[in-house]
Ligand binder design. Structure first.
Ligand code: 6PG
Length: 240
């Protein structure tokens, strides 16, 4: 499903409302809400809104568990750290128990760090599959999502839940949930804003016969829901 919002502010409000609704429902149904956060710029405002009223008081923080969809292998205080961004915009301002916040940590080699995060998830999801209640994702202009970049071996991963990714252009290593892991989620929400994303959004959503290789197109929840929350600029090349 695609929902087009007038601008980034409206998109962020819609995402915050959805976060609250999903959190309340998950806690009513299962006693906890498990979310994987996205990095990038687009979710900043959503995270800020969640940390403020009226959203803040509606979220069952004591029952909410935070994971990440991806991370750069940089020190925790580095500007490029996704965990740092989420702390600054959201987590440092809300009463979530610190033991329920699980950043991807890259102290060891990326391979070891990926294996450690996968072990953490395996321990957490006793049912045997990573059934996040909500996975937030962004979309890169080259079609990447989380840290699943075009042309990387991460895209071939069928069994693992977490993988290391080497992004040559950046000279950086990253960690990412794999597409098979993300696809176990109950709900996956892409947040996409701005004209620069319009061409790739069109490719991802409309050109269904194009050869694959666009990582975002690998996101197809097995028995969950998929929502694209996009703003008018990003949607400007979609067929009406
Ligand atoms: C990250 C994410 C990445 C991001 C997209 C979109 O950068 O941490 O891994 O997948 O969500 O690149 O980023 P923007 O929201 O900044 O456009």
């Amino acid at each position: 499903m695609i929902r087009v919002c007038p601008d980034l502010e409206a998109l962020s409000l819609a995402a915050a409302e959805l976060f609250v609704a999903e959190a309340q429902q998950a806690v009513r149904d299962r006693g906890k809400f498990v979310v994987a956060l996205a990095g990038g710029n687009t979710p900043h405002r959503t995270y800020e809104l969640l940390a403020r009223q009226p959203f803040r008081e509606q979220i069952p923080w004591q029952n909410t568990h935070f994971f990440w969809g991806d991370e750069r292998c940089v020190p925790a205080e580095d500007q490029r750290s996704n965990a740092r961004m989420a702390h600054q915009t959201l987590l440092d301002h809300v009463p979530v128990p610190s033991g329920q916040v699980h950043p991807m940590v890259c102290n060891s080699s990326p391979q070891e760090a990926a294996a450690e995060y996968e072990a953490l998830l395996v321990g957490f999801f006793a049912a045997g599959s990573p059934r996040f209640d909500l996975v937030l994702l962004g979309l890169g202009e080259n079609g990447h999502t989380a840290s699943l970049f075009p042309g990387t071996s991460a895209l071939d991963e069928q069994k693992r839940w977490v993988t290391e990714v080497s992004v040559a252009e950046e000279g950086l290593r990253r960690l990412s949930l794999t597409a098979p892991a993300i696809n176990q989620a109950a709900l996956v929400v892409f947040l996409v804003s701005g004209y620069a994303k319009a061409p790739i959004l069109r490719k991802v959503l409309e050109n269904t016969r194009a050869p694959d290789g666009i990582p975002a197109r690998m996101i197809k929840p097995v028995d969950g829901r998929l929502l694209w929350l996009v703003d008018r600029d990003a949607a400007s090349l979609l067929q009406p």
